[in-house]
Design a protein around this ligand. Sequence first.
Ligand code: PKZ
Length: 191
Amino acid sequence: MTEAPAYDTTSFVDLIDAFRDLQETLCLVAPPPAATLELTAAVADVTKRLKEFEAPEGHRVARDREMGSDVHPMLVKYEATDTSDTSLAGTVTFNHAHMGGGGAVHGGVIPMLFDDLLGMFVSRRGQPNSRTAFLNVNYRSVTPVLRALRVDARIEKIEGRKTFVTGTISDGYLVCAEAEALFVRLLPGQP
Ligand SMILES: CCCCCCCCCCCCCCCC(=O)SCCNC(=O)CCNC(=O)[C@H](O)C(C)(C)COP(=O)(O)OP(=O)(O)OC[C@H]1O[C@@H](n2cnc3c(N)ncnc32)[C@H](O)[C@@H]1OP(=O)(O)O
């Protein structure tokens, strides 16, 4: 495969942010049928325009490994503020699109954040090209939406191809969720 050309992701990050805004807004509205029909056509039109720019694997911006969740519409955006070789601290704010019920984050969204956060951290500071072997999540207290929460990750140990890592999401001193995961480095040629 040829090397992907240098690409300025700034405007694409804005597009993804606009998409996230759309996702959240969809979770907040009750439009009448006529408006829904009109809006469906408008969204379909945007999708049609985007399809003009389809690119082969390796050239798609959403898979830009350096940019991570900033350029991927499905992933939860977080900010890493403090990293060392074995630890990471940062922040995440879940929105209405991530809500399960009663102001709490959906129980499936939390493992997705952990898989991405811990996987990215392992790739950068542990062993690149690793895959999640297990990810165990404990929900210790309700994870609230619309609040800046703290995220932490720590590489506990590396044994051969295996990187053991833990993570937490906290609201002040209250632990909302914690995770334990194993990432296994792929062997050359391993699919
Ligand atoms: C500058 C840098 C830029 C950075 C930019 C980064 C970009 C990067 C972004 C990535 C950020 C997103 C990260 C998402 C990551 C996914 O979400 S990956 C998708 C979800 N995971 C999967 O689909 C994995 C499916 N499973 C598999 O592919 C294989 O089972 C695995 C995990 C590769 C392991 O298989 P294998 O290679 O054949 O390994 P195997 O020989 O069975 O086991 C190796 C060792 O691990 C142990 N092990 C394997 N599985 C388990 C298990 N489930 N439990 C306990 N032990 C296990 C074995 O016991 C063995 O231990 P030892 O005997 O060596 O002590």
